[in-house]
Design a protein around this ligand. Structure first.
Ligand SMILES: Nc1ncnc2c1ncn2[C@@H]1O[C@H](COP(=O)(O)OP(=O)(O)OP(=O)(O)O)[C@@H](O)[C@H]1O
Length: 258
């Protein structure tokens, strides 16, 4: 594909397998994260998405398989609940991570990030003085404050109300469009994946990647109601439905018990 030719993988996972004791979670998973792309990972609960992300980002090791990195990329993380330092102000939280990379003099970057996230008036506030949505926005800009090559986001929109989710998704979109930072996003939300992703992978427990969708529509002109996006949405729903079908026998057992 043309896109694949101009962009090269920043991370490539080859035949990754991982078990926890007797529980085989990942089985021969192949996946590529391309530079400057937004890659989304979808899959049912317990399919091993977080495990795969931890392996891709070197937080965990696979039992078998290879993780091939292009150079020495700088990683940043965004988790579903903010992991801010409660005893530091919003600005100190950014400074803290910047210091690790000798970036504490990057005030202009901090100014811009606070501005974009609509948090300019809260730089001196402590996390407990911010709402949940504001904390999540702070967590997001903290990841970008270190000028990362790749940001791993593990369900950053989970447990957020609709408006907050929408704002956060837009914020992520704006920062990524401007910085062209590579993103790897785990989400349960097909709508978020369709509006943000260049590439979507489906992970099924013990089956590896069962589907890969490349979305060749510019992000700025995507609308969830447009016919092209609806077609992709149908593909996603079909994939999820297949996964649910596999559990039907359990439902039959349940019926017998009632
Ligand atoms: N450290 C661990 N020790 C033992 N089992 C684990 C560990 N981490 C994950 N598991 C198990 O591995 C399986 C996959 O977990 P993982 O969190 O990777 O899935 P997931 O797709 O991210 O799930 P969800 O969407 O529900 O967050 C689960 O059955 C989980 O209980």
């Amino acid at each position: 594909m043309f896109k694949d030719q101009i962009s090269k993988p920043i991370i490539e996972l080859r035949s990754i397998s991982k078990s926890y004791g007797k529980l085989a979670v990942l089985k021969e998973v192949d996946l590529k994260i391309y530079q400057r792309e937004v890659t989304c990972l979808l899959g049912h609960s317990g399919s091993g998405k977080t495990t795969l992300m931890r392996i891709a980002s070197s937080l965990a090791r696979p039992d078998f398989g290879q993780v091939i990195k292009n150079g020495d990329p700088r990683f940043a993380y965004v988790f579903q609940s903010p992991r801010l330092l409660p005893w530091q102000t919003a600005e100190e939280n950014l400074l803290f991570v910047q210091k690790n990379y000798g970036l504490s003099k990057e005030k202009k970057l901090r100014d811009l990030l606070f501005e974009i996230a609509d948090l300019a008036g809260f730089r001196k506030a402590f996390p407990a003085q911010l709402s949940g949505g504001m904390q999540q926005r702070l967590e997001l800009i903290r990841a970008f404050a270190v000028k990362p090559d790749l940001v791993f986001l593990d369900e950053p929109f989970k447990s957020l109300d609709l408006q907050t989710k929408f704002n956060l998704r837009q914020l992520l979109d704006v920062i990524q469009q401007q910085s062209k930072t590579t993103l790897f996003l785990i989400t349960h939300d097909p709508e978020a994946a369709l509006l943000l992703a260049d590439r979507i992978y489906f992970l099924a427990k013990e089956q590896g990647i069962t589907k890969e969708i490349v979305i060749n529509i510019p992000r700025s002109s995507r609308k969830i109601s447009s016919p092209q996006i609806s077609t992709y949405l149908e593909e996603i729903i079909d994939e999820f439905t297949d996964l649910v079908d596999q559990t039907n026998y359990q439902l039959d057992n349940l019926k017998e018990l009632f």
